[in-house]
Design a protein around this ligand. Sequence first.
Ligand SMILES: [Zn+2]
Length: 295
Amino acid sequence: MESEYLSKLIPVVFLLVLGGLEALGGLYFDGKRSKNDFTIELLSLAILPTLIQPGIFIFCFWLSDLTIPFLENYFINFSIFWQIIAFLIFDDLTQYWWHRFSHQNKTMWKLHRPHHVVEEMGVLVTYRNATLYYALMPGIYLSAILVYLGMGYVYLFYLPVKLIVILLAHSETKWDKFLYQYKWMHHIAWVIERTISTPATHFAHHGLTKEDGISNPNGNYGNLLFLWDIIFGTAKITRKYPEKFGAWNLMKEPWYVQLMFPFIKSKNSRSELHSLTTKNDYNPSVDSKSFKNQK
Ligand SMILES: [Zn+2]
């Protein structure tokens, strides 16, 4: 019970400390975030761990009890190494593909779009996505099944580690900066930046355009592991941070449309959130420069 409590508490402490440091650095007071943005960020931060993730877990446990009850705790004595590998593959790798698909499919992009329309970084960006983006995310369902199969103890450690890495990768505190400052650290940096998401590589994913030579809006999709980007050819490593963030389609929709699409749609017929498919849909894999040229 104590590990369960710590597993939830540690990422929350990280979130508060990083958010506090960012606020002290002036991040949230520069006018780039509207009240609408804060509402999206705080609501998605609250809904994912309290409603979506537990809801998916309860559903998967119920379904497993109905269909595969003989497999409950079947892998409980499986080696910890293989249990970690199972979470990396069934949760983190599937999330890589889910994220990548959301940048390649026009309808899926509408669910991931809230994550990219804010023009600055910070821990609050981490979980801003439409609720359906998480409610349908394969990795959460597969994690629940692994827990049913007996891997719950490893999940108590795996999940906070993953959350901390991804919170840090969005945070303006840029923990990785020091790795690039000293030459003798470059070998260590080489290994780290190819293994896990760092602020430099993940900020590049949020960069506005690849024209700056740093950003990689259609790559660097990894969450916990950056290794997936290396393996699947979507990695870009520059050890620099972009200056401009956001998505080129900056039409700001009310928070309830961004979070609840397609259950709540935009009233504006020019908005891509007006319907599941519209004639104004944006191909998210087109970079901003080519997008402007198309207009
Ligand atoms: Zn993305």
